[in-house]
Design a binder for this molecule. Sequence first.
Ligand SMILES: Cc1cc2nc3c(=O)[nH]c(=O)nc-3n(C[C@H](O)[C@H](O)[C@H](O)COP(=O)(O)O)c2cc1C
Length: 716
Amino acid sequence: MKKGTSVLAAVALCVLAGGAGAQSYPAKPVKIMVGFAAGGPTDVIARIVAQDMTLSLGQSFVVENRPGANAIIATEAVARSAPDGYTLLFSSLSLLVNAILMEGRVHYDPFKDFAPVSNAAVLPMVVVTSPETRIASMQDLIVLAKAKPGELSYATFHRHENDQRSVQGQRPGARRGDGGPRDLHVLSDRRNRRPGIGEETESAGGRHAQAARRFSRGAHARAIGSAGIRGDRALGGHARSRQYARRHSQSPRRGNAQVAGEGRDEGTVQGIGRGHRRGHAGRIRRVPEKRLRTLGARHQNLRSEGRMSAASGLRNAGSDAAAPAESSCPVSRGAAARVLRAWNIADLRRLAKRRLPRAIFDFFDGAAEDETTLADNRAAFERVRLAPKTLAGVARIDTSAAILGARSKLPIAVGPTGGIGFGWPFADVGVARAAATAGIPYTLSTMATASIERIAREAGGRLWFQAYVFRQRGMTLGLVERARQFGYEALMVTVDVPVGGKRERDFRNDFAIRFRFTPRNVLDFASRPGWVLSVLRHGMPRLENVADLAPEAKSTAEIASSVGQFWDADFDWDGLARMRDGWPRKMLVKGILRADEAERLAGLGIDAVVVSNHGGRQLDGAVAALTALPPIVRAVKGRMSVLVDGGVRRGVDVVKALALGAEGVMLGRATLYGACAAGEAGAARALEILRDELVRSMQLSGVRSVGEIGPDLLAN
Ligand SMILES: Cc1cc2nc3c(=O)[nH]c(=O)nc-3n(C[C@H](O)[C@H](O)[C@H](O)COP(=O)(O)O)c2cc1C
């Protein structure tokens, strides 16, 4: 209460003191103070904003650089300035970080002396390494730092500033030798010593902006959150925790910490001087939000790549939608460490099995009836033999591919899997983020535990939406329309589910009937207290897209188990043609195993077919997807994309599928097992494993790019 009151009191005093009325603000030039040298990222952004504000408010907004002491000098100067709204601070989060780290030694209070106006830009920090170090991930770096405490060199271009702090951590409790960032020795001049690693701000003004952007998009660059390190999308001290941001932005009593704009944790915050007038603050606050969109549009390189830019665009498209708090897909250190010791997808499956109650694990792992098709999917991959080429010069491998007419870093897309929030809180968001980070498309299931809007807002990357056709046709159309509004690139219609398959593991575990607690499943759940605790902490997952589907059903499990009765068993070719006509973007049809049907789909203007038997979960006895692939490829003769799923567990499986004519493969359980083992970090680990295996398989097969994989690689 006190904090909010003190700001408002200062505002009132200022108005009573007879300053210029809020209506006429700004009546004279406004100074924007920057605590860093001219030409640095904060300065460049401040100047662009100042130019825009000058144009829109008709008064000069002048940038003054007062560098030094990680912006403390400028910050203190603004804190001491007249509280009239004519001296603004344009700052990074150093405003808060300095006050926290140097408590008692800075002469300002970030909360009492400043009122944040807007988030102006998001600047990811990129850690770059010399190829000689062989450090390819944050985990590698931590392992090395642990092994050689104090020996690793890190080059920074500013001593004691944000970049150095973010790598060193400077967090309470960081000890030498614990593998924490304090084990890094910091060099202050990268020109004089050859650095082991370095860090750059990805910005318009960064000296290595181009290189940093290339790195941040590159196959080897990953968000550190996906490696299981806290901090998610920003590094170390720069990231304000989500809880913190939420707490402060929701409570008017803590109004000073309100961050407008994108609502992200990281980035640059502009504050206005102490005792600003509410009217002034309001006016300034409104302008940047409006102008920032122009800023983003005109200066593309100020926006972060990938998921964030995609998400912000989508947010505009769906601004009317309710915006629930950002979901967290948390991971404990232990789980993150465990998945790093998983060497293949089978290891991730074991970890998932150990963590989940049997009913949940079987729901994911199981298939229909005798599970013959499930086994056949794997067997089909295992039967294919390759005839590798040699002496091909395979030091450099390009795994990128065109999937559905757009670039993907791997010839892989993540397929739709419903209900996976049962396996890990907000697993859908975690898997989608992992896919975005890996640079591959992600498909959101109708039956996902995250809504169309949530994924668009929180994941980014290339998004496809998978639709089931319900008897309540309006419901399906409503979902498809939401996917269109929220910018989903493609619609995937699954056609192999006229009714649910007979999944007997679910019956046995009391999962496929109306969910109820029975002696068997109570014991089962009690045997996995970690899972139970996570459900208690995060709540039961909801099938957010179909929450209205069964109003009489009381829980997700009830809907999930009874959902077959809602599918439209009468859906036919005419219905599909109408859906094609009503959807303006790319459309895939999933669940095709026959060449004649694929050919007919090509005639309907469908862009891609997913050769699939639903991972063996529908018709037991259906042909293995990989076996069905070659005749389908021959039938469509390049008129449409052909993807295949079912049993992909190894990187070499991707090579085999491509050699048999697929454009790419889709994943089902592979990322699902990872997510059940460790949320986003686990899904990311699954993708990392598959990518590494793919690269190695390509090298050992003597192909340098995906385009070189062809039928001549097949031995049988
Ligand atoms: C737990 C689970 C849920 C699934 N949910 C969906 C779904 O909602 N929509 C869909 O089209 N396919 C769904 N599938 C099928 C997958 O998209 C994919 O076809 C299959 O998992 C591929 O086989 P694989 O898991 O052996 O790789 C699901 C599969 C699993 C294992």
